[in-house]
Design a protein around this ligand. Structure first.
Ligand SMILES: C[S@@+](CC[C@H](N)C(=O)[O-])C[C@H]1O[C@@H](n2cnc3c(N)ncnc32)[C@H](O)[C@@H]1O
Ligand code: SF4
Ligand code: SF4
Length: 301
């Protein structure tokens, strides 16, 4: 669920970057998901969920109800594994750190693609590495002081050409902050297989570091383009902050809208509605376009 579609940073396309965060470019109304809407979805679906990611294109912790939402969903279903990815700029006080550690969140992934300010801000435009590292260190220390294991803290480093040279030192940098896991996101190797040979040392280290829990490891394990089947259309809807539903979190341009949850609608109605069914039929025939035609997870025609 996209509990915020706004962000304080402007991670953006650059010549070297593999991707682009389009959160500030796409046609959308800036929205923080309301707590009432979140509750409505949690009440309807919470007890069936195994996993819930409370982020999409935006910074979830700009939503002042983020921690309350986590707490609510955990009350509905204590077993659901809740994960949030963050740019890490909203944990500047002890009070905020305690709130998140207390919330019941299972996995908190920090996106940090550089270990010096100069390299970090090349992609994370507007970001301040010190604020982020203070937050990570503070939360890790707090967990230790409180003798709790959750949330698991993951330090994620997305590999771009501009930060290659910092990638291997990132593990030590992150461990010194006290994190539980370091994950290097490797999309660049799927897109440029020749790098696996020319940068074999880095590639092997990355394989070792890849996250077990993060859903991204799903993609990494399936780098055999087109040979694995994706069940997301039957298992994993993406609910946008403005109540529309897209078929996948990979749709960064919100082009695959299959419905919208009105005040009197349920998620189930959209889930079984015409838009979704039509998409699934086409998906099975290999006839869907973006985002699936640009994704390595489904069988090619
Ligand atoms: C769009 S972000 C939203 C959450 C949060 N604002 C953040 O940056 O972590 C969701 C995930 O996409 C990742 N991401 C951002 N830019 C990316 C890129 N160019 N390629 C692959 N993943 C990217 C983020 O690091 C994060 O793990
Ligand atoms: S911090 Fe996250 S949501 Fe914000 S612009 Fe960067 S990748 Fe996008
Ligand atoms: S974009 Fe990829 S992961 Fe998403 S539904 Fe399509 S095939 Fe599955």
């Amino acid at each position: 669920m996209e509990i915020s579609n706004i962000c304080n940073l402007k991670c953006t396309f650059s010549k070297e970057a593999f991707g682009v965060c389009a959160q500030w470019k796409v046609n959308k109304v800036s929205t923080l998901m309301s707590f009432d809407f979140f509750k409505k979805i949690a009440d309807e679906t919470g007890r069936y969920l195994t996993n819930a990611e409370l982020c999409n294109y935006g910074e979830s912790f700009m939503n002042p109800y983020a921690a309350e939402m986590i707490r609510y969903l955990k009350k509905v279903n204590p077993n659901v594994v809740i994960e949030i990815h963050t740019n890490g700029h909203f944990f500047e006080t002890e009070e905020k750190r305690v709130t998140i550690v207390d919330s019941g969140l299972d996995i908190l992934l920090f996106s940090v693609d550089g270990i010096t300010q100069e390299v970090y801000e090349k992609y994370r435009i507007g970001g301040n590495l010190k604020i982020v590292t203070d937050a990570i260190r503070g939360i890790c220390k707090l967990k230790k002081d409180m003798k709790v294991n959750k949330p698991k803290i993951i330090f994620q480093f997305i590999l771009f050409e501009h930060n290659f040279h910092e990638a291997l030192n990132a593990e030590k940098f992150a461990k010194d902050l006290g994190v539980d896991e370091v994950a290097l996101k490797t999309d660049i190797f799927s897109c440029h297989p020749e790098l696996k040979i020319s940068h074999a040392h880095l590639y092997n280290s990355i394989l070792r570091l890849q996250s077990k829990d993060s859903r991204d490891s799903f993609f990494k394990e399936n780098t055999n383009a087109g040979t694995s089947f994706c069940d997301f259309p039957w298992t994993y809807p993406t609910i946008l902050a403005d109540k529309r539903i897209v078929v996948c979190c990979r749709d960064m341009y919100y082009k695959s809208v299959v419905g919208k949850i009105g005040d009197n609608d349920t998620l189930l109605q959209v889930w079984n509605g015409e838009g979704y069914q039509e998409f699934r039929k086409k998906f099975l025939k290999g006839e869907v376009g973006y985002p699936c035609n640009e994704c390595e997870c489904r069988p090619k025609k």
